[in-house]
Design a protein around this ligand. Structure first.
Ligand code: PAF
Length: 284
């Protein structure tokens, strides 16, 4: 696997692969790779002949009081994981390479409606930062397909809409969340948790499962279920940011009678913000 740091080198390497008639698959990441990322790269290598990954901790998607400075940067370990997962080319640019004119002056992509509320409500500007960097990366790599984790459910919805609305010639695939044996969704931010917090963390997914079971069992009093879920999380030691039941396709608030649902949660354990979701069919 070759690692390149500039757009020029990236384009040259991709032009060579294209000239050989290869189909390009792309997995954008912020690094500190875990088995969830590895699964995305493995999927990309099943669907494409030439797999490109990127590692870039994108400052544009972090708020002023968020964890940009302490976000784990583990390039050497990440490179090893990418090689064994079947990646052919790694793009690991600097912020100066991605934003040569600085960030204040950067043209931005804003994706209405699906970006609003949930993580978009508590992290103003976050999805604009994600949509902007993903559009730039798509223009740099020009992949045939790109793969994202479903753990970031709202992000995936934002990217699907962005690609549709701007007619970007890239096929988007979502891959299921990879979980630890106790149910905790794998995340680079799990590394911030203390041993005690790590014991509590699986309650996040357990709460989603309980709520989904209740809905599949016939309950449609979504407000009551949500309040009970929030209470459960608080009792377990979380400080919930949001817990919401939404219609899975549109992400609008769920109504009784909706079949395809997703329950989305963000909650703090100490200073660590964890997110998770559970999508399911309520009346099979
Ligand atoms: O999901 C992530 O790791 C990031 O938001 C992404 C898509 C790589 C954009 O920086």
């Amino acid at each position: 696997m070759n690692t390149v740091k500039t757009v020029r080198e990236l384009r040259a390497a991709i032009a060579r692969a294209r000239a050989e008639g290869k189909r390009i698959g792309f997995v954008p990441t912020m690094g500190n790779l875990h088995s969830g990322h590895v699964a995305l790269v493995e999927k990309a290598s099943q669907r494409a002949d030439f797999v490109v990954a990127s590692i870039f901790v994108n400052p544009l998607q972090f708020g002023p009081n968020e964890d940009l400075a302490k976000y784990p940067r583990t390039l050497a370990a990440d490179q090893e994981k990418l090689v064994s997962a079947g990646c052919h080319l790694l793009f690991a640019p600097t912020p100066e390479e991605m934003y040569p004119q600085g960030m204040d002056d950067q043209t931005r992509i804003s994706v209405p409606v699906v970006s609003e509320g949930l993580c978009g409500g508590s992290r103003p500007g976050h999805f604009e930062g994600v949509a902007t960097v993903v559009t730039k990366l798509f223009n740099m790599v020009q992949p045939d397909l790109a793969i994202f984790g479903e753990k970031d459910f709202q992000q995936l919805a934002v990217i699907r809409k962005l690609v549709r609305d701007l007619n970007l010639p890239v096929q988007i695939f979502g891959e299921p969340t990879v979980r630890a044996d106790d149910g905790l969704a794998l995340s680079s931010r799990n590394g911030y948790l203390s041993a005690e917090q790590r014991q509590v963390a699986p309650q996040l997914f357990a709460t989603l499962k309980d709520m989904a079971d209740s809905i599949c069992g016939g309950r449609d009093d979504f407000s009551r279920l949500t309040l009970d879920g929030l209470k459960h999380l608080e009792k377990a030691g979380f400080r919930p940011d949001y817990l919401e039941i939404r219609e899975a396709g549109s992400l609008r608030p769920a109504q009784a009678g909706d079949k395809e649902l997703v329950i989305l949660v963000a909650a703090y354990l100490g200073t660590t913000r964890l997110i998770d979701n559970l999508a399911f069919t309520s009346h099979p």
